[in-house]
Design a binder for this molecule. Structure first.
Ligand code: COA
Length: 117
């Protein structure tokens, strides 16, 4: 996996400014924050031409391994209804085992429970 200098700078920026760790692949990245047994996905992006090929699921599985290794019991994310990809993201998330667990002002909180292995 090649991480460009720009990727490296962005990963350092979100870590320093927002405490977000990130996983980088040639096809995309995921930024997350773990606290109190919860692993919150702050950003997830798969290159437009690399979507619906299983890459998002692959990256999520890698994050799930990290979250479990750190004692988390749930992975969460927000879907903002104003996001033009909101419905696609929701379909992909449900396909990957997430469920809608809360709703607020134009935001859905989605959760993936991590089972003990
Ligand atoms: C949402 C996103 C991360 C999904 O990544 P992806 O690589 O396309 O997802 P995958 O190919 O691994 O698909 C995972 C599952 O979701 C389904 N899925 C993904 N995109 C879908 C779509 N547009 N329509 C229907 N199903 C979809 C897949 O069929 C698959 O289910 P299956 O294994 O049961 O067939 C990607 O579309 C993305 O980066 N979007 C732009 C950024 C964004 O909106 N991020 C989220 C902000 S909240």
């Amino acid at each position: 996996m090649h991480m460009s200098n720009e990727d490296r700078l962005y990963s350092q920026y979100i870590y320093e400014r927002m405490g977000q760790s990130s996983l980088w692949r040639d096809f995309g990245f995921i930024a997350y924050k773990m606290s109190n047994k919860e692993c919150f996905i702050a950003e997830m992006f798969i290159h437009r031409e690399k979507r619906t090929l299983g890459n998002g699921r692959k990256l999520l599985n890698d994050l799930v391994d990290i979250a479990k290794g750190n004692g988390c019991d749930v992975v969460t994310a927000n879907i903002h209804l104003w996001d033009q990809n909101a419905n696609k993201t929701l379909i992909a998330a449900i396909s990957c085992g997430f469920e809608v667990s809360k709703s607020g002002q134009d935001v859905l909180l989605i959760s993936l429970k991590l089972k003990e292995q």
